[in-house]
Design a protein around this ligand. Structure first.
Ligand code: CS2
Length: 467
C-alpha cells in the first residue's frame, strides 16, 4: 500500500487535508517531545493558522528515540489524526510538522532555537521530563549533570539542558526575544519551567549573564492543555489505512474533545491559535487547578482502582458503578471545595463532561498508560486537594482511595512504569495495610496528618484484602 506523503494528498477522499501547501511553510516553532499528544493537540491548532500565516511551521525533536522520526520523515511530516467517540469528525491530515529530528541531529534543538526565524519553543516532555525534585531542578540527575558539564555543546540529554543551551546560542547570536511554552500537566507550567531554567543557569559558572538575558528577552506563558490521546496501536494504524487508502505510520488517535487555555504573554508574537478555538486569558491558574484536580485526579483514581479490579481501559473501569461513583465523588466532595473557579465556569457541566469522556468506550485508553509515573503525577493531581481539605477540617475520602490504590498497585503489580520504580519496589512493604502506607508515604510529599494516614490505611486494608 502507498505511504502517506505530499504526493498522496490529491488522491485522498473523505479526509480533511492541509488548506495550504506544506512546502511553502517556514519554521517558527521548535517543539521538544513529538509524542502522540503533541501531534493530536498543539500541532492541530497550529495547522489551522498556516493558511493565513505560513511562518509558524514546527521543527519537532523527539526526546530520544528515532521511532517518530522514522514514522514521519518518509511521509514529508504528514500524519493523520483519527477522532474516536461520540461526535467524531472525519480524519484529518496535519502538515504543521515541517521537520522531525532526533535530538542529536543538526546540532540538536539548541542550534534550531538560535535561528532568528524561530520565535517560540513548545514542550511536551511529560512530568518526568522536567527532572524536578522538591520543586527544583534535580542537579543530581545524570542527564542534567552531563548537560551542565558540557554546556552548551551538543549532545544535550535533558529537556531543560536542551532549552537553556538553545537560549545561550540565541543570546550569542543576538537572534532576539523568544517565548517558551510548556504544554505539560504541571501547575503553573510556565513559571515552573522558568524556575527550572533559573536553577540550571545558577549551576553554570557564568550563568548570571544568561539569566539576565532570559529575564529581558524570554517569556514563559503558562497554559492548560486537555485532550485524551491514547498510545497508537497496530489496530489504529490499520483503521487509518482503511479510512485513507494509504498507509500512515505516524497516525494518532484522539477523543473529539480538545481544549487549550493560554496566558497571552508572548515575547515575539504567536500563532493565532484562537482560529482553532484556543482561549487566551490573563491568568490560567484557576483553569489549571480545575483540570488537574478534577480531570487528572479522577483519571488516576480510575487507573489504579480500575487496574486493581482487572479493567484494562478507563472506559471499562467506568462501567463499574462503585468506581464511577468514587470518580464523581472525588470531584464533588473532595476537589470542588478546594477550587477558586474562573468566572462563569460551569462546574456541574465540567464534571459531567469529564465522566462522559472517560466512559466513552471508543477510545480504548488503557488504565496502565494513565497509571504510569504515579510518583510524579500524584503530588500534582491529588495531594494538593488532600492538603487543602485536611486544612479545612475535611476528610478527603476519595483522594485517599486514589492514593491508597496507587500504593496497592505499586506493591502488587510492580515493578511499575515509573522513574522511581526501583525505590518503590524496595520500599513497599505489603505485610499489612499500615506497613504499606508507612513504607510508601515518605516517597510522596504527603501531608503529615494522622487523619490522612488513617484514611489511607483504611482504604489500603480493603484493597489489599480484595487483591
Ligand atoms: C492522563 C492525561 O495519562 C495521564 O496521566 O491523566 O494524560 C490526560 O489524558 C490528559 O491530561 C487529558 O488532557
Amino acid at each position: 500500500m502507498t505511504r502517506l506523503g505530499r504526493t498522496a494528498l490529491p488522491s485522498l477522499h473523505g479526509v480533511r487535508t492541509p488548506a495550504y501547501d506544506p512546502s511553502g511553510v517556514t519554521v517558527g516553532v521548535v517543539h521538544l517531545g513529538v509524542g502522540a499528544f503533541h501531534r493530536a493537540h498543539q500541532a492541530v491548532y497550529t495547522d489551522a493558522v498556516l493558511a493565513a500565516d505560513p511562518t509558524w511551521g514546527i521543527s519537532g525533536f523527539t526526546q530520544r528515540s528515532a521511532a517518530v522520526r522514522d514514522q514521519l520523515a518518509p511521509q514529508d511530516g504528514l500524519y493523520t489524526v483519527l477522532e474516536r467517540g461520540a461526535g467524531a469528525a472525519p480524519p484529518q491530515v496535519i502538515g504543521a510538522l515541517r521537520e522531525i529530528h532526533t535530538p542529536d541531529a543538526c546540532g540538536g534543538p539548541a542550534a534550531r532555537i538560535a535561528d532568528p526565524r524561530v520565535r517560540l519553543v513548545t514542550l511536551t516532555v511529560t512530568e518526568k521530563g522536567y527532572r524536578f525534585a522538591g520543586g527544583h531542578l534535580d542537579l543530581t540527575d545524570p542527564f542534567v549533570r552531563a548537560d551542565l558539564a558540557t554546556f552548551p555543546q551538543p549532545p544535550t540529554r535533558s529537556a531543560v539542558g536542551r532549552l537553556v543551551a538553545g537560549l545561550e546560542l540565541r543570546r550569542r547570536a543576538d537572534a532576539g526575544p523568544i517565548s517558551v511554552l510548556s504544554c505539560d500537566n504541571l501547575p503553573a507550567n510556565g513559571a515552573t519551567l522558568r524556575g527550572l531554567v533559573a536553577d540550571f543557569c545558577a549551576a553554570l559558572p557564568a550563568g548570571d549573564r544568561l539569566m539576565d538575558w532570559i529575564a529581558a528577552s524570554v517569556a514563559f506563558p503558562s497554559c492548560v492543555v486537555d485532550r485524551i490521546v491514547p498510545s497508537t496501536t497496530a489496530a489504529d494504524l490499520a483503521a487509518v489505512a482503511a479510512a485513507l487508502g494509504v498507509r500512515d505510520e505516524g497516525a494518532v488517535v484522539a477523543e473529539p474533545f480538545t481544549q487549550w487555555v493560554i496566558e497571552d504573554t508572548f515575547a515575539a508574537g504567536r500563532p493565532a491559535w484562537e482560529t482553532a478555538g484556543a482561549v487566551f486569558t490573563a491568568d490560567v491558574a484557576p483553569y489549571e487547578a480545575a483540570k488537574l484536580r478534577l480531570l487528572n485526579a479522577t483519571h488516576s483514581l480510575l487507573a489504579y482502582t480500575g487496574a486493581l479490579a482487572g479493567h484494562d481501559t478507563i472506559a471499562a473501569a467506568m462501567t463499574d458503578p462503585v468506581l464511577a461513583d468514587a470518580a464523581r465523588r472525588l470531584m464533588t466532595e473532595d476537589a470542588a471545595p478546594t477550587l477558586t473557579l474562573p468566572d462563569g465556569f460551569d462546574l456541574p457541566g465540567y464534571q459531567e463532561s469529564v465522566l462522559r469522556r472517560f466512559a466513552d468506550p471508543a477510545l480504548g485508553h488503557r488504565t496502565a498508560q494513565v497509571a504510569a509515573d504515579g510518583s510524579l503525577k500524584l503530588p500534582i493531581r491529588l495531594l494538593g486537594t488532600a492538603r487543602d481539605r485536611l486544612a479545612a477540617g475535611g476528610t478527603p475520602q476519595w483522594t485517599a482511595l486514589a492514593v491508597a490504590a496507587w500504593m496497592v498497585y505499586v506493591a502488587t503489580r510492580g515493578p511499575v512504569d515509573d522513574p522511581l520504580a526501583e525505590t518503590l519496589a524496595a520500599a513497599a512493604d505489603a505485610s499489612s495495610a499500615a506497613s504499606l502506607v508507612d513504607s510508601l508515604l515518605p516517597v510522596l510529599p504527603s501531608p503529615p496528618d494522622p487523619v490522612w494516614r488513617d484514611l489511607l490505611v483504611a482504604h489500603a486494608g480493603r484493597l489489599l484484602h480484595d487483591n
